[in-house]
Design a protein around this ligand. Structure first.
Ligand SMILES: [Zn+2]
Length: 160
């Protein structure tokens, strides 16, 4: 994804109050983020418990920032991340809920989604998939997973 500035990030949120946006603390690694290897930006607030954020590039238009709250209960053990759909489960997957944007959210409507606990999706899709057969095109398979992740993330941004 394209590099984002703190200013862009703070102005991207569609389901957070002005106060919630002011309270956002960027991740400690923000200045060293490797944007080329990220399909979206996601982090847990280092100061406020039970609050996380994603900033999702859209296919067209500005990135969309979404405030998320992790569910108290862990999902059942075989949960799969809705975005990277990684089948090897290298990390925990958490059920996050997001208030919908605008009036719908103010009326209490939320949308829920299972995502990698610490937003490892970009790393997961960049790992080489297991060799399916002799001559299997690894590079193409990897690129396809990256493209699929980007589409799912953009789809979620558009639906919130
Ligand atoms: Zn994931």
């Amino acid at each position: 994804m394209l590099a984002l500035t703190e200013k862009t990030i703070r102005s991207a949120f569609v389901n957070a109050s002005r106060k919630e946006v002011t309270d956002i603390t960027l991740p400690a690694w923000f200045d060293e983020a490797r944007w080329d290897d990220l399909d979206y930006l996601g982090w847990r607030d280092p100061r406020i418990g039970r609050r996380a954020y994603v900033v999702l590039p859209q296919l067209e238009g500005d990135p969309v920032g979404i405030l998320l709250r992790p569910a108290e209960a862990a999902p059942r053990s075989r949960a799969q991340c809705s975005w990277c759909q990684d089948v090897t489960l290298p990390n925990a997957v958490v059920f996050y809920s997001a208030k919908r944007a605008g009036a719908s959210g103010r009326n209490g409507n939320t949308v829920g989604i299972l995502i990698c606990e610490d937003f490892e999706c970009s790393r997961n899709v960049r790992r080489n998939p297991p060799l399916a057969y002799e001559g299997y095109d690894l590079a193409a398979a990897r690129q396809r997973r990256i493209d699929d992740l980007r589409l799912r993330v953009a789809g979620f941004a558009a639906s919130t």
